[in-house]
Write a protein that binds this ligand. Structure first.
Ligand code: MEV
Length: 433
């Protein structure tokens, strides 16, 4: 009763925001009801997330091959996100404890300086056409460029609907790639795929222009496929974390030093970027997008220089505050693919409240930055095990059979005794009988 009343008071204060302190203390039903209200979900729509089986076997059987059933993961929501002045509740689908809590906490700290600011370069995907056996590749390159309008017209004939919506194929780039089988002439078709991720559209276009490329180069076209290094579809996000909000200037310096490590050392960069993907992939999955494509895009983008490096940058500003920035390829969409097929993905898109692929991409960038900040701050101060162990203890206590009433006491004892295991949770529970 006491908890419900306090929560109601907070809601009255925060009616138009997603800031619910103590949200995690609500029951799952209460949380779902709050999210449904915030996002305007109908009972049927929120039911797709709260009840198992939203993806029926019948539908699943048409998504991939040799289907034998479906597989469930938890959906959590990260709170407190303020992006370009708009409040977002972020649905996250994943199996790792502490990620959702860390994102929410980071987003809360970012609010002191106005939250996240983002931008986007546009919905431009690249389709590659590989041409080998060209005697004079530099001449051939220019010949392709001389015929740019003709090539774009051939590509666009394949998708009049997309052309009407976005203009379709808009530009060409031609690169000479040196390889062990000699130089290749690689043509990039730059296609505005609108709110779709656009794999099918660009692959069809790449196949359509191949004969013309062969004629213009005298070579042989081999691969015709999109590139996941979608560096014309970049989302950017920045945030300032005031030194007061994050625990002082030592913490600022600690995060900057942690970033310097990731920037300089690929071994550390891999782990730092994994932490970023802890935030990004769950949103990509929740919205029915292709997380493998997203991963490939991010890691290749981090490998453009002379070594693999950090996706984010962290600096101290003139006032001693911490500023973070991220820029990443975002091959994601809102139409087509699993986003439209999976009923739970549609509900997640509605919770997120994004109306375009551009908006989704920018939210993803902000979540990645927040997640990285949370990890860096923890690593630069207490280390991550303290928070992790508490959440891990909750999971293990539940597995050991603790009831909601017993949970807090069992967790507190496991953490205090530094013995976090299912066996010890069972021992504590037996002592409570
Ligand atoms: C764990 O899933 C992610 C971290 O290792 C990220 C990092 O080290 O920055 C905590």
């Amino acid at each position: 009763m006491e908890q419900e009343r306090r929560f109601d008071e907070e809601r009255i204060l925060n009616m138009k925001t997603n800031q619910y302190s103590g949200f995690h203390k609500l029951t799952m039903e209460q949380r779902a009801a709050e999210v449904a209200e915030f996002s305007g979900l109908t009972e049927e729509e929120i039911g797709r997330l709260t009840n198992p089986g939203a993806l029926t076997n019948e539908v699943a059987d048409h998504v991939i091959e040799n289907v034998i059933g479906t597989y469930q993961l938890p959906v959590g929501v990260a709170m407190n996100f303020l992006i370009n002045g708009k409040e977002y509740v972020i649905p996250m689908v994943l199996e790792e404890a502490s990620v959702v809590a860390a994102a929410s906490n980071a987003a809360k700290m970012a609010r002191a300086a106005g939250g996240f600011t983002t931008s986007y370069t546009g919905n431009i995907m690249i389709a590659q056409v590989q041409c080998i056996g060209v005697a004079n590749p530099y001449f051939a390159r220019q010949n392709i460029l001389h015929h740019k309008e003709e090539i774009l017209a051939i590509a666009n004939e394949k998708d009049p609907v997309l052309v009407k919506l976005t203009g379709g194929a808009k530009d060409l780039e031609v690169r000479i790639v040196d390889s062990q089988i000699g130089p290749m002439v690689v043509t990039h078709l730059l296609v505005d795929t609108g709110d779709a991720m656009g794999a099918n559209a660009v692959n069809t276009m790449a196949e359509a222009v191949a004969p013309t490329i062969e004629k213009l180069t005298g070579g042989t076209v081999k691969l015709r496929i999109l590139s996941n290094l979608a560096d014309h579809r970049l989302a950017r996000a920045t945030a300032t974390f005031t030194k007061e909000a994050i625990g002082g200037e030592d913490v600022v310096d600690g995060v900057v030093a942690a970033y310097a490590f990731a920037a300089a050392d690929p071994y550390r960069a891999a782990t730092s970027n994994k932490g970023i993907m802890n935030g990004i992939d769950p949103v990509v999955v929740a919205t029915g997008n292709d997380w493998r494509g997203m991963e490939a895009g991010v890691h290749s983008y981090c490998s453009r220089g002379d070594h693999y490096t950090s996706l984010t940058r962290w600096e101290k500003d003139a006032d001693g505050n911490l500023t973070g920035s991220i820029e990443l390829p975002t091959p994601v969409g809102l139409v087509g693919g699993a986003t439209k097929i999976h009923p739970a993905a549609q509900a997640c898109v509605k919770i997120l409240g994004v109306k375009t692929a551009a908006e989704l991409a920018q939210v993803i960038a902000a979540v990645g930055l927040a997640q990285n900040f949370a990890a860096m701050r923890a690593l630069a101060t207490d280390g991550i095990q303290k928070g992790h162990m508490k959440l891990h203890a909750r999971n293990l206590a539940t597995v050991a059979g603790a009831t909601p009433e017993q949970l807090d006491a069992v967790v507190a004892k496991m953490v205090a005794d530094k013995k976090v295991s299912v066996d010890y949770a069972k021992e504590i529970l037996a002592g409570m009988q």
